[in-house]
Write a protein that binds this ligand. Structure first.
Ligand code: ZN
Length: 157
């Protein structure tokens, strides 16, 4: 603990200036962690689907996706859409968004896409806040880890 108190004192002057940036980095880290968790959950579901299909094949039975794989498929749909939301939130943190037509990364406040000219839908700022709140309430606390890393980086410089 003593060690970290010392580090805290040493970086406190420069820390304030970068606090906002740090919190954005921490939020982005959380979102990325959520994306990775969902991706590995999806992988696991693919395995379960594969196993079910193979067992049917062995028994030379037909498989009814609607009936027998519905649970897995629904879970994958939910996880995928959460990933989409996280990716969108990461762009918002960087004050960027993606054009729905050409998928270019453009300024958050752009009313029209500078690349393809597509009119941009109104920005929903609440998405990020909601998802961050969810993550704050979850068990995963990557923020501490990230801050520790930032402190360590500062000491290296
Ligand atoms: Zn565009």
């Amino acid at each position: 603990m003593d060690f970290f108190n010392k580090i805290g004192k040493k970086v406190s002057q420069t820390y304030d200036a970068t606090a906002e940036k740090t919190s954005k980095i921490a939020k982005e880290a959380k979102l990325k962690m959520k994306i990775n968790e969902n991706k590995s959950d999806i992988k696991q579901l693919y395995k379960e689907i594969g196993k079910k299909v193979y067992e049917k094949h062995v028994r030379e039975e037909n498989i009814d996706i609607r009936k027998e794989l519905e649970e897995e498929c629904t879970k994958i749909d939910v996880l995928s859409s959460e990933i989409e939301t996280c990716l969108k939130s990461i762009l918002e943190l960087k004050e960027r968004k993606q054009c729905p037509k050409c998928h270019s990364e453009i300024d958050l406040d752009a009313a029209y896409c500078p690349r393809c000219g597509e009119k941009q839908p109104d920005v929903e700022n609440k998405v990020t806040e909601d998802i961050i709140e969810d993550l704050e309430n979850s068990e995963v606390k990557p923020e501490n880890q990230t801050e520790k890393e930032i402190v360590e980086q500062k000491l290296d410089n």
